[in-house]
Ligand binder design. Structure first.
Ligand code: GLN
Length: 446
C-alpha cells in the first residue's frame, strides 16, 4: 500500500512536508468497512492523494514551504478540498513546493529539497515538485498542484507524470494561497490521463467564493476519454522550439507529433510572434501581484512574528527573517514595477504585451484545434545546478508562461526519455475551456 511505499522511499525522495498518517489510516479503514459491507464506492473513494502545501486544508498545517507560515493551520478548507473530501479519498498529507510557488525546482522550499524519483541527484521541477515526485514515486496516486507559470506542467514533465493546468477560472482559487492572482490555477497531477479527467470532474466548476471562477457548465470529462484525433489540426509554433533547447527534448516531441500525424491528425506550422516577450512580461506581472498579495504577512494578521522595538521594526524583522531569498527578490521586483515613477514603463507595458500574447493565440486558434510544444526546454537538471542563477532559472519557463498570460488550458504528458533516462514532456495547449479536447488528444497518445 501507499503508506508502506512512503516508509520505503520517502527518506530518499522527500516529497512531503506533512504526513497525516493517523487520519489517512482512519479514512482507509472507513472505506474498507464500506467495501466489506458491500456498499458502492465512488471513483476516488479510498484512493490516496497528496495536496500541495499552498492549498488550505482545515486543521492541517499549510506552510507554502515558507517559514512565515510555519505554524499556520487554516480554520477552513479550500473549495477544491471541500469538493475532493466529498469523494472520500485518503489524504496522505501536504507536499513540498518552492516557497509561495516561486520557482521551478522546489529548491526554494524553506524546509528541504525534494528529489526526482528518476534520479535522486536531479530536481523534480517546480513549484509543484512535491506533487509530481510523490505521484512518480508511488507515494501518492494523485496530487493537486497549482500553476502560475508552469508549476504543474513542468514538474509533471520532469517526473514523467500527467499534469494539467485548467483554463483560468475553471477551478476555484478560494483557499489557494495567492501568488499571482490573475495567473494562478489549481490542477491535477496523476499517473495517466484517465485519472486526470476524473479529478478534473471533481474540482472544476463555478464557486461564489471566487469571483473569477467561470460560470460555464462543467462537462463530464471522462466522456472525452476516447481515442480519436482524426482531422485534428495541430499547430506547431516555431517560437517554442527555442535556441538552447535540448536536442533530445526536441527529438522526442517531434516524434510524438509524428505519431499524431500517423493517427490522422494534421500538423500546421504556426507563429506566435510575441512569445519572446512572454518571460519578461510574466516576470513583471507575477512579482507585481505577488508583492501585493504578500503584503498581508506583516507579523500581525497572519503567520509568524519576529519582535522589534517598534511596529515598523517588528514588521521589517518578521519579513526579513521569515521570507526566503527568492520571495524577497520578487517582492522587490514587484514593488519596483508598481512604483509611481516606473508604473507606466514596466507594469502597464507588461499588461499591454500580455494582451499581444493573448492575441497571438486567438489568431492561431482560428487555424488549429490544439498547439503542441515541449513542456520544458530540458529534462530535469541537477540539484544545485541552476539555483545560483535566477535568470537562468526564469528562462526555463519559456514554453509554459505564455499560456498563463493568456489564461489557456495546457496539459503535459510523458513522451519519452532522454539518453540519461530522464522523462520528457509533451505540452498540449487548448482554446479557453477546451479541456475535453486536451483530454481526448492526450488520451489518444497514451
Ligand atoms: N517558475 C515560475 C515562477 O517561478 C512558475 C511558478 C508557478 O507556476 N507557480 O514563477
Amino acid at each position: 500500500d501507499v503508506l508502506s511505499r512512503i516508509d520505503e522511499v520517502e527518506g530518499d525522495v522527500e516529497a512531503y512536508l506533512t504526513i497525516t498518517r493517523a487520519e489517512a489510516l482512519a479514512q482507509a479503514e472507513a472505506v474498507d468497512k464500506k467495501i466489506a459491507a458491500g456498499e458502492k464506492i465512488s471513483f476516488l473513494e479510498g484512493i490516496p492523494g497528496a495536496i500541495k502545501d499552498n492549498i488550505c486544508t482545515k486543521g492541517v498545517k499549510t506552510t507554502c514551504a515558507s517559514k512565515i507560515l510555519e505554524h499556520f493551520v487554516p480554520p477552513y478548507d479550500a473549495t477544491v478540498m471541500t469538493k475532493i473530501k466529498a469523494e472520500n479519498p485518503v489524504i496522505l498529507g501536504k507536499v513540498n513546493m518552492d516557497e509561495f510557488a516561486m520557482g521551478g525546482s522546489t529548491e526554494n522550499s524553506a524546509y528541504h529539497v525534494t528529489h526526482n524519483p528518476w534520479n535522486l541527484d536531479c530536481v523534480p521541477g517546480g513549484s509543484s515538485g512535491g506533487s509530481a515526485a510523490a505521484v512518480a514515486a508511488g507515494t501518492a496516486i494523485w496530487a493537486l498542484g497549482s500553476d502560475t507559470g508552469g508549476s504543474i506542467r513542468q514538474p509533471a514533465s520532469f517526473c514523467g507524470v500527467v499534469g494539467m493546468k485548467p483554463t483560468y477560472g475553471r477551478v476555484s482559487r478560494y483557499g489557494l494561497v495567492a501568488y499571482a492572482s490573475s495567473l494562478d490555477q489549481i490542477g491535477p497531477l496523476t499517473r495517466d490521463v484517465t485519472d486526470c479527467a476524473n479529478i478534473l470532474n471533481i474540482i472544476a466548476g463555478h464557486d461564489e467564493m471566487d469571483s473569477t471562477s467561470s460560470a460555464a457548465e462543467v462537462p463530464d470529462y471522462t466522456k472525452a476519454l476516447v481515442e480519436d484525433v482524426k482531422g485534428l489540426k495541430i499547430g506547431l509554433p516555431k517560437e517554442y522550439f527555442v535556441e538552447g533547447m535540448d536536442p533530445e527534448v526536441e527529438q522526442a516531441v517531434r516524434t510524438a507529433i509524428k505519431k499524431y500525424e500517423e493517427l490522422g491528425a494534421e500538423v500546421v506550422e504556426i507563429s506566435l510572434p510575441h512569445t519572446e516577450y512572454a518571460i519578461s512580461t510574466y516576470y513583471l506581472i507575477a512579482p507585481a501581484e505577488a508583492a501585493t498579495n504578500l503584503e498581508r504577512y506583516d507579523g500581525v494578521s497572519y503567520g509568524e512574528r519576529v519582535d522589534g522595538e517598534d511596529l515598523v521594526q517588528m514588521m521589517t524583522n518578521t519579513r526579513d527573517e521569515k521570507f526566503g531569498e527568492e520571495v524577497k527578490r520578487r517582492i522587490m521586483i514587484g514593488n519596483y514595477a508598481l512604483s509611481a515613477g516606473y508604473y507606466d514603463a514596466y507594469y502597464l507595458k507588461a499588461l499591454k504585451v500580455r494582451t499581444l500574447v493573448q492575441q497571438d493565440y486567438t489568431e492561431a486558434f482560428k487555424k488549429v484545434d490544439v498547439i503542441m510544444a515541449p513542456t520544458a526546454p530540458t529534462p530535469a537538471f541537477k540539484i544545485g545546478e541552476m539555483i545560483a542563477d535566477p535568470l537562468q532559472m526564469y528562462l526555463q519557463d519559456v514554453c509554459t508562461v505564455p499560456l498563463n498570460l493568456a489564461g489557456l488550458p495546457g496539459i503535459s504528458i510523458p513522451c519519452g526519455k532522454s539518453s540519461k533516462g530522464l522523462p520528457i514532456g509533451l505540452q498540449i495547449i487548448g482554446k479557453p475551456l477546451a479541456e475535453e479536447t486536451l483530454i481526448r488528444t492526450a488520451y489518444t497518445y497514451e
